[in-house]
Design a protein around this ligand. Structure first.
Ligand SMILES: Cc1cc2nc3c(=O)[nH]c(=O)nc-3n(C[C@H](O)[C@H](O)[C@H](O)COP(=O)(O)OP(=O)(O)OC[C@H]3O[C@@H](n4cnc5c(N)ncnc54)[C@H](O)[C@@H]3O)c2cc1C
Length: 328
């Protein structure tokens, strides 16, 4: 028999993770669907090593640490997480929502959309390579320990590339960074850290080719940005490409949602124009909206309370968590 969730949450950023925790605290059967290989959204993908100073209770917490704390808290429950699953369509059939994705269909009574700026897609290497290099070339850091005692080349010149090369350098055997310009476009303090580290900077160079090397490594051929005849080679265990991300909110237009610009228009109850579909976090728009993690956290419980009220009107609309200890 097919599983029907009380709430399906689309998007595993701060808004989606916390909403799923809160929904389960209220005993609702929940799943989280995330297009990336791991949860965390923007803080984990775009600024994992940067400190955030406006999350209540933390005097500075990095994007990666915040993701760990959020997932740790939510993982006390047994809920379903579908990663590498992008929702493409929501169909309404006899009051059940059918969520169509690149994987199996997901069924739910209500849906909370928490997709931020839309599905992230990493900008890919401009050169083609075979599937034999799939394990050597990364576009996301899903587990930094993978790079422990390894030789790593980071490609890119922005905050993310610089921050990851500094973090990886603490555990790797060797770290290099290749950028097509001489200057890095990252926070000054991060660039200073990079400059005073033993990370090998290869600038201004472009990646010309990648091929499999002995011992399951990758050989990267580099050519000088302004004189492609000047070439260099480096053999590493891993190439981490950090050329930034594009995000795609085009899908929303096909879902029949009322939009304000690229965002979903919601009322004070986080309701969209479609029945039993709510939106929270960066994707939700209303007068006075601030796109902050603090708001993403507060909007989740509002949407969950509304969803619960629709599915189980006999239950009390809201409870203090101090009265809910029996659920944990
Ligand atoms: C550089 C930077 C610094 C920032 N600093 C701060 C700060 O200091 N303080 C602060 O409060 N905020 C900060 N922000 C903003 C903060 O990160 C966002 O407000 C927050 O991430 C919003 O959370 P969210 O869950 O709504 O969206 P997101 O974090 O964007 O998460 C949405 C998730 O949904 C997934 N998704 C999208 N489409 C689909 C789909 N169709 N199917 C399945 N999954 C999908 C995405 O892959 C993503 O993981 C910063 C943002 C940036 C870029």
């Amino acid at each position: 028999m097919k599983e029907i969730y009380d709430i399906a949450i689309i998007g595993g950023g701060p808004a989606g993770i916390f909403a799923s925790y809160y929904a389960q605290l209220r005993n609702l059967k929940t799943c989280v669907i995330e297009s990336l290989p791991s949860l965390g959204g923007q803080p984990n993908t775009l600024y994992a090593q940067k400190k955030i100073y406006d999350v209540a209770g933390f005097l500075g917490i990095t994007g990666e640490e915040l993701t760990q704390k959020l997932t740790e808290q939510t993982n006390i429950f047994n809920y379903d997480i579908f990663t590498e699953t992008t929702i493409k369509e929501i169909i309404d059939e006899n009051d059940i929502k059918i969520l169509k994705s690149n994987n199996s269909d997901i069924y739910a009574k209500t849906v909370i959309i928490a997709i931020g700026n839309g599905a992230f897609n990493p900008r890919k290497l401009a050169v083609e390579y075979g599937t034999d290099l799939k394990n050597n070339i990364d576009y996301f850091v899903t587990d930094i320990n993978k790079y422990k005692n390894k030789d790593v080349l980071v490609a890119g010149g922005g905050d993310s590339a610089v921050d990851w090369s500094i973090a990886i350098n603490e555990i790797a055997n060797s770290t290099s960074i290749v950028h097509r310009r001489d200057n890095f476009r990252a926070l000054e303090s991060s660039v200073n850290k990079l400059n005073s580290s033993n990370i090998k900077k290869i600038t201004p160079y472009l990646i010309g080719n990648v091929e499999k090397a002995a011992e399951n490594r990758v050989k990267v051929t580099l050519s000088k940005a302004r004189d492609k005849e000047i070439k260099s080679e480096i053999v590493v265990d891993y190439l981490l490409v950090n050329y930034g991300y594009t995000s795609d909110s085009k899908l929303l237009r096909d879902w029949g949602l009322e939009l304000t610009g690229p965002y979903i228009k919601v009322n004070q109850k986080m309701e969209t124009n479609l029945p039993n579909i709510y939106a929270i976090g960066d994707v939700a728009e209303y007068d006075g909206k601030l796109k902050l993690i603090a708001n993403a956290f507060s909007e989740g419980p509002i949407a969950v309370a509304q969803a619960q009220n629709k599915i189980y009107p006999e239950k009390s609309y809201y409870e203090h968590s101090t009265n809910l200890f029996d659920n944990i």
